[in-house]
Design a protein around this ligand. Structure first.
Ligand code: HSE
Length: 455
């Protein structure tokens, strides 16, 4: 096969971006992979909808079924977004045995298991590089580049909107609400902004990466998510004084003891059945996190995304780039187009199944069991004995304090009191803070932000 015909569903920002990118670099791609990807038809909502790049009228239709069902369309790209119509489109194409490319993280997060099972059943393949972190080739890296590694940890700044807001809060000392309002005015944040700032967009992406990295399907319901609304200018200020930057971080961390797989079989790899029966416990979470300023992720600013991956063989690696936007997303779709075209050309549609279970059954750790360090900010009455009362509760809960800051205040008034806590379980810290929050000397709800030291 020297030419593969593409049917695209969606001619908006991403769809027209892909059309434009193929016009620009389709020839280059063909010379690299030895097969030409030709656009046969693009299904759009309306011919005259606003789009950043023009699409010729002759290539458009408003009937997506005619594109999917066209026997001369070998490959389908779903670029409409949402979870209802997009699901129908993908299922229809997969059932015809056609490979599908999607950029749809929300759909994969909600229906990934069903879509992957359908692809397998009908001998089709599903490609989804553009679903996570736009132009950063993180899916391909996890599936292929790190195929020989166990993923010990993955830390991702995967939401550009949150990173933009937190960066400006840090640089300008501004409050969350003011920066959000301005970001919306400038088009950096959606209205309403909930999907981004409450962490749900990051949840979709981190769930996909966790599933890929660990080979068990991570349901979004199992992912502990906290957004950036509660982060205040005061938190950023104190974090800075302590040498930290606050980022919304997706964390995927394997917590079982990998040595067991070797120990139990006396130096040889454990039998497959033994490994299959063991559960690997993985932290999968999204929350604002204090990152040491010396860590490379602390310098990832504005709308940029970055993913830091630690493999057991490779060690630490870093991926950085634009996580959204028509061109970055188009670059990821083109990468999938090339893979799918090569698979069609070579008849290797199972070369890389979209999702495969790994060596052991896995489970997401409940957040209460996750061990971390903590930054705690309290607003307390500045009176003798207050610090002792709070320290006693941490002590009774077996939580160590690594440092305390109290800016000079006026006796009798409320002052901020900042604690840095040693490693403890989230469960223990949440319980202790609930007790502390009830003390009459504590004037508002305690703020707790986890600290990541990347050890
Ligand atoms: N809204 C996302 C972000 C981009 O702010 O990063 C699309 O996933």
């Amino acid at each position: 096969m020297r030419q593969v015909n593409l049917g695209m569903i969606g001619g908006g920002t991403v769809g027209s971006g892909v059309f434009h990118a193929l016009q620009l670099n389709g020839g280059l791609m063909a010379s690299r992979i030895g097969v030409n990807v030709a656009i046969r038809k693009i299904a759009v909502k309306a011919f005259d909808e606003p789009r950043p790049y023009e699409i010729p009228r002759a290539v458009m239709t408003t009937d997506w079924r005619s594109v999917v069902n066209d026997p001369d369309v070998h490959l389908v790209a779903e670029l409409v977004g949402g979870t209802t119509l997009a699901r129908e489109i993908i299922l229809s194409a997969l059932k015809l045995g056609k490979p599908v490319i999607t950029a749809n993280k929300a759909l994969l997060s909600a229906h990934g298991e069903e879509l992957f099972a359908t692809a397998e059943k009908f001998g089709a393949n599903l490609y989804y590089e553009a679903s996570v972190c736009g132009g950063i080739p993180i899916i391909k890296s996890l599936r292929e580049g790190f195929v020989g590694n166990r993923i010990k940890a993955l830390y991702g700044i995967v939401n550009g909107t949150c990173n933009y807001i937190l960066t400006r809060m840090k640089l300008e000392g501004a409050d969350f609400a003011a920066v959000l309002a301005d970001a919306q005015k400038q088009g950096y944040a959606e209205t309403p902004p909930d999907l981004d700032i409450d962490g749900w967009d990051a949840q979709h992406k981190i769930g996909i990466l966790a599933s890929l990295a660990h080979g068990f399907w991570v349901s979004p319901k199992k992912i502990h998510v906290e957004g950036i609304r509660p982060v205040s200018a005061l938190d950023i200020k104190f974090a800075r004084e302590l040498g930290y930057t606050i980022k919304l971080l997706g964390i995927i961390k394997r917590n079982d003891d990998l040595r067991l797989a070797i120990d139990e079989s006396k130096g040889r790899p454990a039998r497959k059945s033994k490994i299959a029966n063991r559960k690997c416990r993985v932290q999968v979470s999204v929350y604002p996190t204090l990152i040491p300023n010396s860590h490379v992720l602390a310098g990832v600013n504005h709308v940029f995304n970055a993913v830091f991956v630690r493999g057991d063989i490779v060690g630490d690696t870093l991926f950085y780039g634009r996580g959204a936007g028509k061109d970055a997303t188009a670059s990821a779709v083109l990468s999938d187009l090339a893979d799918a075209a090569l698979d069609l050309k070579l008849g290797t549609k199972y070369r890389l199944p979209p999702f495969v279970p790994h060596e052991c059954a896995g489970a997401v750790m409940p957040i209460e069991d996750v061990v971390s360090q903590y930054f705690v900010r309290l607003n307390v009455a500045d009176r003798p004995g207050v610090l002792a009362k709070i320290a006693a509760i941490f002590g009774q809960s077996k939580i160590g304090i690594s440092s305390v800051i109290q800016p000079e205040g006026h006796e009798g008034e409320s002052v901020p009191l900042i604690f840095m806590l040693h490693y403890a379980t989230n469960g223990a810290v949440m319980k202790a803070l609930s007790k502390i929050g009830k003390l009459p000397v504590v004037k508002s709800k305690p703020v707790m932000i986890r600290v990541e030291s990347f050890e």
